[in-house]
Unconditional design. Sequence first.
Length: 256
Amino acid sequence: MKILPKTQIAPHRSGHSHNDEMQSRPLEQALQEGFTSIEVDVHVVKGRLLVGHTAKDAVHKNLTLEDAYLAPLHKRVEQFGSVYPQSTEVTLMLDFKGNAQTTYNTLLPLLQKYERMLVQVHGGEQQAAPIKVVVTGNQPKLESLAERSIFFDGSLKQALDHPGSLDPKVTPTVQANYHVYFRWNGEGTMPAGEREKLDRMTRSVHAQGLQMRLWDAPDKVRAWETFVAAGVDRVNTDDLDGFAAWQSVHGASKNA
């Protein structure tokens, strides 16, 4: 993987590279475009942790999480001291497919191997590092929350229905299917009632110290504008080039 000089990259905190492993250049393109949140689907196949949207896709790609993401990120951190300038933290979100406990147990040796570049919790205290691993999808049970190398992506519904029930030190982000709450297709202007609902949701989430993400949302400029203006912290996109180009012109206030 080619590593660009840090000075060529202007990271932004709004974009979330959804299903990054499906990009033509996984990880590389996201870093070139300044993404600070990258989501990868992972599957355990014959004891190996492979990336792919489906298990069949993972077998076909035959690309391990280590080779595609952890090793290149480690190389970058070793070379520059961080992924981006100014020690901007990058979220590597792992969408566990299949059995959560088996997936975590397979991931654990990799977390230990690369622990120096990962945000850690020791004795209940968080220790800063260039990369935070956040687990979404099927989630494992940990023996101790006081000693860990992962964080969790929680339920937006839980955060809205039961404010304060999620600890942002454990569950820094919450997510939901966009279509559970909204009907707007991203064309024109979001209806006033839906925009008011979105504003209420982001205010509630932020008051709890959490970050918010909506998946399966419209992936176009008018939607990006609306989500960022409303305070959605991580905007799902599969159009990395398009989002980065829009961000460079209209999203300066959201640069990392």
